[in-house]
Write a protein that binds this ligand. Sequence first.
Ligand code: NAP
Length: 314
Amino acid sequence: MRPVVPLVSRMSAAEQAEWLAVFRERIPECEVKPLNDMTTLERSATKVAIVANPEPSDLRQLPALVWVQSLWAGVERLVSELDGMPLSIVRMTDPQLAETMAEAVLTFTLYLHRDVPGYRKQQAQRIWAERAHCLPQDRTVGILGLGNLGTLAARRLRANGFKVAGWSRTPQTVDGVECYFGPDGLDAVLSIADILVVLLPLTNETRGLLDARRLSLLPKQAGLINFARGAIVDVSALTQALDDGKLSHAVLDVFAREPLPADDPLWGHPNVTILPHVSAPTTPSTASLIVAENLSRYFATGEIPAAVDRQRGY
Ligand code: NAP
């Protein structure tokens, strides 16, 4: 008999149906179904669930649950909401997601590098004027976070001629990238980053990390790209730095509250580009292969994939 694996999520019915269809095709060795469709017997035998921001109360209906496979790469909500539940949390680490993020980082680094926001403003005023031009090799991009996403983004930027400096919690090495780590390393990266890209997880240590003091360390007219989590950046300090002309422009894909409320002043800020959390969406066709691989290995060998360190928060 095929093992039954619940999909536990707060997705819309349509979104859930799309995932179930992909799982049916890609994971034939399991029967993936919504929690509500499971019998009491199936629930009591369940050791692994596929989750996407599940209600903790739903997971409590699975008394034998040992681990959860998240469909999302960011797991701060799972880590905090499942506090006290002794489960292994496995996050989505899809190489395609890293490719998609690297593409987004390159796109918006070039957007700032070639001063597209400045030319948009000139166009609105019908101004024909050349703005300052800089070569990529004279521009340093700082990347906060050298994990799955930050490392590939750093390589993509290097391949496009930028100088790249990266920052992580523990020492890392990436070819051609000046790597820093720890609190002192952060100040060093900030002081040289003409464009700063945030690709850190949201944890107790990174919440509010980019405050007024740290933003003030960036070179004058630096740009900021936040593709990680909104709460890592102090938005009022950022707005102040943009208003003061200390920073030139911010590209924000993530916000402390999403969707960004319609009356939020960020929407109308002339030096802010807003994206609706789209820099690297999970792609069902490739993410389902990762889930399939993890589940197949688990059912064949009992091996649980590398899990989030709950203490560390990522
Ligand atoms: P990851 O592989 O876990 O890498 C995290 C990196 O951040 C590591 O280099 C880690 O350092 C570093 N880090 C963590 N805490 C730190 C601290 N206190 N000080 C310095 N460095 C620290 O994560 P990932 O897969 O690259 O993803 C990063 C984040 O991107 C996710 O958590 C998620 O929030 C976000 N994301 C956003 C989107 C989107 O569409 N906007 C999509 C996917 C993911 P070490 O190397 O020393 O461990």
